[in-house]
Design a protein around this ligand. Sequence first.
Ligand SMILES: [Zn+2]
Length: 510
Amino acid sequence: MAWFRMAGRSCRVKWLPLLVALLTTPVWAQEFPVHLRVLATHDLHGALQPVVYPWSQERPIGGAQAINWTVRKLTADCACATIHVDGGDLMQGTLESNLMNGAATVVFFNHLGLDAAAVGNHELDWGVDTLLQRQQEARYGWLAANVFEVATGARPTWAKPYVMLEENGVRIAVIGYATIDTPATLRPSVTAPYEFRSGYAALAPVLDEVWSQSPDFVIVAAHAGGECLDDVCKGEIVELARSIPAGRAHMIAGGHDHTAGQGLVSGIPIVRAGANGTAIAVVDLYKMADVVTFTTENATVYADVIEEDTMLAALLAPFEASAAERAAREVTTLTDTLTSDRDGDRRLGELIADALRAAANADVGMQNNGGVRANLLAGPVTYGDLFRVLPFDNKLVTLTVTGSQLHALVMQASPSYYYSNLHIVYDPELEPSGQIRNVTFADGSPLKPDAQYTLATVDFLADGGDGLALLSTLPREPIGLSNLDVLITYIQTLGKPLKLPVNARRTRLP
Ligand SMILES: [Zn+2]
């Protein structure tokens, strides 16, 4: 067993080749091996433009053109049967992709010639009907063999279990797997009709079916995370690999976790190149007699060494133009920079909590630190800037809560949460779960235990995300507005330029 987790990346990362030598056939009986190259990506999250990362030494990484060029080069270099599979979460995360609910990303993957993808949890962010629409446009299998309708026990139409591919006479079955975390990350109304089953039991009938068609290779594209550190492997994808009987699958292309990593679990290589199109896992599988060996490598996707594909540029141009137009719209001007620092300047998170509360006309607003994804710099603030702060398209929800429930909720939550119309007192020297020492309304008045209050937040938290299970038990009213739209509307009511006072919503005990 080996698993190498990437920590910091400076230049082209080469992984140690892993080789499984299971020579059960005498050498004299072997002929030429059947060679298949699998290119594996995951969690693109709509990243169609290159990005310069802190680790990339000023070099632009990823983006549609660079992924396209790198995939074609890795395919041509091999001159062998090559397929490209993706571990899911293709569409959601950039303005360019989100403005038309992922359509630009599907156009890109169609042009690239993607063969198969897992259904990631974020594929369902715009609901089942939108996923079905994108699947109709897609010229690749978009797969989830482990999802079933609660009512009928059958797979829903958006969860096709597998595809059979043929490349240069090599037959490959790709089976999809969707994480059992999916319901925890989405609105309950989207996922309640479905059951996400885990492990080999969920896949066994599909494996029987594909093996009856005599494939050379069987590959699982799994939107499921996991890792091995210090030789201890855990996580859904590890459990999945352990549960599959020997010889039934030759490789797993993983996803969901955004870090790069690879491992060998129960004889099955698992690869995860790294999210956002930064790298491509290259797995060469060789089959001789019935023995499969492999090597793996990770190719970083540099965007400064490529030739542009003009047809791809033309296909994406309309999406880029509408995204650029939207991103450039000025919303306000800031007098000073706002950071999403949980322990320092908290005004940005508190502004969002205020916006949620105002839009829902609620007593209290609540925003988690992890949901604030970027800072806002002093000066003009555009739609694009605000999109980077709140890229997840979470929806506004109002919860009804008693004073005692709200008190209990805030007391057990981390002090990193941002509140509107509450004041907390905390002691950072205590254990994280017990740091809050007191909570009142902003004006100092107490929360009345038996009174009913309204709490405005986003669906992710209301569903019990971020570990606050109590929220998921409260009566809720979905408002339906996106948190980004709510923030923009609120900012526009505050006057321009926007100057936010530093008002102490927290008191730190000495
Ligand atoms: Zn995911």
